[in-house]
Design a protein around this ligand. Structure first.
Ligand SMILES: [Zn+2]
Length: 421
């Protein structure tokens, strides 16, 4: 082990309890979104950074919607670590075994809303920066710790604002969102699907319910069109060569999950290389005895690597006639960072050292902030962090204290090795 890595380990050994307590304090500070006011959480972050001598800038594009950019080191390469401090609402406190903002530490677990998604990841990345700040003079390269708001409500004042206003840039980005499962291993998420959200509106002609032939039934028109979406789901999509490893690993991961949940694996694995359609809402009609004049559905179509929102839009045009209108309400490209990217390899090496196994780089079915970094900055971007898919946004959310400590070590060594290459 190199001298700097040894110093980092010594520092982290002495600060294991502190990072767990810090995570608990971040949980206690709340930050529910909506409304998305993270002032208290930001204060906890600032106090921590002041204590450890890490310099930072604070941006508040909207009152209470605070972002903090902390920096360690200088020059290139520049690695960004990014985590959000807002949380989804706790829901009914009666369903919690401890108060949701108590940050209770019990049996090696930190409990509370946001513990897993993602105060654990934020605590880990900031403690990693504190470890590196002690060695600042010996470091080459820069680590930027982006602590952002507005992730849970798709709000514009968080990472999107920082990117759009050129406050944040770097050569690579590691998002510290939770990427584990309680019943499986940790993965590195290297790619994600895009999406196209469509509001599809069928326009009919009202008439008396006793003589439907006088009118045109908008509900039936819409149902016919929606059935044709099966064709989109069945369409084969060619996975680009450099995304193949991610998709293959994603399928293996989904097969394990499917088996654990008693679902046919193919139902899940097909999300890796096919379009999928969710008809999310439907509303239409006027009254029982009136031929419906209008019917509309909101549809969430997800786009795999190799697919494109434009192709989906073409398909929507193809299945609809002059009796339809549509509006696109969300449009995101599928994106990925290949599994052989150096940052992935370095993270895997330290993952193996700390966790005892090599976390695999996978593609995922959903969409996250990572695509903004890939699109806006054009840089390799991956996600890896403490916490579990099963407990995010759920009652009795928790994160294992050991996982927060482990992630801190992995982050600190990954930053160090990436910048010392
Ligand atoms: Zn999150």
């Amino acid at each position: 082990m190199k001298a700097l890595n040894r110093k980092v380990d010594e520092f982290l050994k002495e600060h294991e309890k502190e990072v767990v307590d810090f995570c608990s304090k971040l949980v206690q500070a709340g930050g529910e979104n909506p409304p998305g006011d993270v002032t208290k959480v930001a204060k906890v972050v600032e106090t921590f950074l002041d204590k450890h001598g890490v310099s930072y800038k604070r941006y508040e594009p909207r009152k209470g919607h605070v972002n903090i950019l902390a920096t360690v080191g200088k020059g290139t390469p520049k690695i960004i670590l990014c985590g959000h401090i807002d949380v989804v609402p706790a829901g009914d406190p009666k369903h919690w075994k401890v108060p949701p903002y108590s940050g209770t530490i019990e049996d090696g677990k930190i409990y509370g809303r946001g513990a897993s998604d993602m105060k654990g990841g934020v605590a880990s990345m900031l403690m990693a920066s504190a470890a590196l700040a002690c060695l600042e003079k010996e470091l080459s390269g820069t680590a930027v710790l982006a602590v952002v708001c507005d992730e849970e409500d798709n709000g514009p004042a968080g990472a999107h604002w920082l990117l759009k206003n050129h406050k944040l840039d770097g050569d690579v980005c590691l998002i510290t969102e939770p990427t584990g499962y309680l019943h499986s291993q940790y993965s590195i998420i290297g790619g994600e699907r895009g999406n196209l959200w469509v509001r599809l509106i069928a326009k009919g002609k009202p008439a008396h319910g006793s003589t439907p032939a006088f009118g045109k039934n908008a509900i039936l028109l819409l149902i016919k069109a929606l059935k044709k979406l099966d064709m989109l789901e069945a369409m084969p999509v060619k996975t680009p060569k450099d995304a193949k490893a991610l998709v293959r690993n994603g399928k293996l991961d989904m097969t394990r999950t499917a088996k654990g949940m008693g679902i046919r694996p193919k139902e899940l694995t097909r999300t890796m290389d096919h379009y999928t359609v969710n008809i999310g809402t439907i509303k239409g009609g006027t009254k029982t005895n009136v031929v419906p004049e209008q019917c509309e559905a909101e549809i969430d179509i997800r786009i795999p690597a190799g697919g494109h929102p434009d192709a989906v839009e073409e398909f929507i045009k193809f299945i609809t006639s002059k009796d339809f209108e549509y509006q696109i309400t969300n449009r995101t490209l599928a994106s990925y960072t290949p599994a052989n990217e150096p940052l992935v390899k370095i993270l895997q090496k330290h993952g193996k050292n700390v966790l005892g196994y090599k976390p695999q780089a996978i593609y995922m079915a959903a969409t996250s902030d990572a695509h903004s970094f890939r699109e806006t900055l054009g840089i390799p971007t991956i996600s890896f962090g403490p916490g579990y898919g099963e407990v995010n946004h759920a009652y009795n959310e928790f994160v294992n204290a050991k996982d927060v400590v482990d992630a801190t070590k992995i982050y600190a060594h990954t930053i160090l090795d990436y910048s010392q290459r």
